[in-house]
Design a binder for this molecule. Structure first.
Ligand code: HEC
Ligand code: HEC
Length: 274
């Protein structure tokens, strides 16, 4: 049997936890997570929580995995229900072990194409496997950043391929004027995450988006440009907004900010503009 992580640390934002122990007001719900959980697992998580002395107050972890092909897919697909602590703690499994984990995740509701699944297993078995490469070899590519590929690999897992989102869980990015709230808002969401109650195109959301600060400055600039000119978003309709460059992103990256700060900023911008 494969190893079980010693410290089960379910992401505090998973709805299960808010059912078990009332979550702090800022904790975000992930209703799809609850829906995906068979009762027995809910109980398992409960036991783990009680043993851990109430992990409900543990901060969301921002765990960095070694760079390598396929990492973006793991960041994009494996943080919807829990943080990467689980993956970190299962480090050392071989391809068969990781394959078994993905079977479990699919039974919890993860949907992956065969191609995505193969890439994720390849990545995990190589970089989180039983014989990881000694130093994180320069696997990150020098190719120019491709907005469409970055969106598919990092964002579509939650916001969906057509960017229409999922009702009450993941807001739509399609036809969303918030992408133009300010020059920097979109880049800040990507760099620092976003959490707490928001209204998007008339729908209510109170959830948490993790930070994507593992993306490079050039990648984030490319993603911003891509989103602002696809999915019915029209950058040309906002001539007042100068194009965001990689240099701009480097400046934003240096700020001390987290998901709550970005939401406070959003509240301010929305209040000003509407
Ligand atoms: C639909 C929700 C969901 C998504 C998305 C998800 N997981 Fe999980 N994962 C769970 C649940 C629930 C558990 C806890 C199971 C338990 O308590 O034993 C878990 C536990 C784990 C564990 C701990 C070992 C185990 O089997 O209990 C690992 C490793 C893991 N997940 C890896 C991944 C990877 C890799 C991905 C991305 C492909 C992923 N998860 C995406 C729901 C999810
Ligand atoms: C793990 C799921 C997940 C992934 C992956 C994800 N997001 Fe999000 N995103 C969310 C959630 C949840 C919210 C809403 C947060 C809230 O309720 O405060 C959100 C909100 C946003 C918003 C704010 C929308 C608005 O109208 O204010 C933007 C912009 C955004 N995401 C962009 C992105 C981009 C770009 C990517 C890819 C780099 C991405 N997201 C990846 C979950 C995700």
């Amino acid at each position: 049997m494969r190893a079980t992580p010693t410290h089960l640390r379910p992401n505090k934002t998973c709805a299960t936890l808010s059912v078990i122990a009332p979550a702090p007001a800022s904790a975000a719900l992930r209703p799809h997570c609850l829906a995906a959980l068979p009762g027995a697992i809910g109980r398992l998580v409960l036991t783990a929580l009680l043993l851990a002395g109430g992990a409900g107050s543990a901060p969301a972890q921002n765990i960095e995995l070694p760079p390598g092909p396929g990492r973006a897919l793991v960041y994009g697909r494996c943080r919807t229900c829990h943080d990467l602590q689980y993956v970190e703690e299962s480090k050392g499994l071989d391809a068969v072990g990781w394959d078994g984990i993905l079977d479990d995740m699919e039974s919890y509701g993860v949907v992956l194409s065969p191609e995505e699944r193969r890439k994720i297993v390849d990545y995990l078995a190589t970089y989180m496997g039983d014989q990881p490469p000694p130093a994180p070899a320069a696997a990150a590519s020098d190719q120019p950043a491709d907005g469409a590929a970055l969106y598919a690999g990092n964002c579509a897992g939650c916001h969906q391929e057509n960017a229409e989102g999922v009702e009450e869980t993941f807001p739509p990015l399609a036809g969303n004027d918030d992408l133009f709230l300010s020059k920097d808002f979109l880049a800040r969401v990507i760099l620092h995450g976003l959490s707490g109650p928001i209204t998007v195109k008339g729908g209510q959301y109170d959830n948490e988006m993790p930070a994507f600060d593992h993306l490079s400055d050039a990648e984030i600039a490319a993603l911003v440009a891509y989103l602002r000119s696809h999915f019915g978003n029209d950058a040309a309709a906002h001539p007042d907004l100068a194009r965001l460059t990689a240099e701009d992103v480097a400046v934003l990256r240096a700020e001390e900010a987290g998901p709550e700060a970005v939401r406070a900023l959003r509240d301010e911008l929305v209040g000003k503009g509407r």
